[in-house]
Write a protein that binds this ligand. Structure first.
Ligand code: HEC
Length: 178
């Protein structure tokens, strides 16, 4: 405070005051347009990076399951990803029957329960909301298969496939196992 008023030239008021006004309005302009850094930041390794880039807090719910079951789940997942890739590839070739076949056999309702009796099925470790998303994915895959087999408009077929992937996304955004 004192420094500022100490710096203010107070002699020859007639000449200095108009200059001071110009200087002040210049300073206000640059301050408000952000041209003057308000901190003492120096150009350096982090310079120019956007502010607020901090790793997002992981708010997914941790679902615990035995190590072996985790492996089964992750293997199923990699197989789902492969299936989606194959389905897209068949769609691109116009082979709707093959796209339907893979969806139903690999991800549809018919693919459920393949770990039954092994004690390694991940389903029973899932909280009920997670389980519902998983069930919804199987249903969406079967629904896609039915729609693809009818060979209607591609738009509807892609929409049905996206209904499947939206379940992948919903679950991944909410849950983790490690
Ligand atoms: C009901 C929940 C759920 C659904 C639905 C789901 N996933 Fe997953 N997925 C998970 C969980 C949980 C993990 C493990 C995350 C972790 O490592 O903590 C996972 C992991 C994966 C992984 C990584 C596997 C690895 O080796 O670590 C892939 C790839 C994957 N999912 C693909 C898919 C695809 C594709 C779909 C949809 C067709 C899908 N998932 C649907 C829950 C789900």
């Amino acid at each position: 405070m004192d420094k500022k008023s100490g710096q203010r030239p107070c002699t020859k008021k007639g000449r200095v005051l108009p200059l001071l006004g110009v200087f002040l309005s210049f300073m206000l302009t640059v301050l408000f347009t952000g041209l003057i850094p308000t901190s003492n930041a120096q150009p350096g390794p982090g310079y120019g990076r956007q502010k607020n880039i901090t790793p997002a807090k992981d708010e997914r719910e941790l679902v615990s399951m035995p190590e072996g079951v985790m492996q089964v789940l992750r293997q199923d997942m990699r197989s789902h990803l492969t299936s989606i890739d194959q389905i897209l590839s068949h769609l691109a070739e116009g082979d709707l029957d093959m796209a339907a076949e893979i969806a139903e056999s690999e991800m549809g309702r018919g693919s459920m329960g393949k770990h039954r009796g092994t004690g390694m099925g991940p389903g029973r470790y899932m909280p009920s909301d997670m389980h519902d998303i998983g069930f919804g994915m199987h249903q969406a895959a079967s629904n896609f298969a039915e729609i693809a087999k009818k060979k209607g408009e591609l738009k509807g077929i892609y929409a049905a496939l996206q209904e499947v992937t939206s379940h992948c996304v919903a679950c991944h955004l909410s849950y983790r196992i490690r």
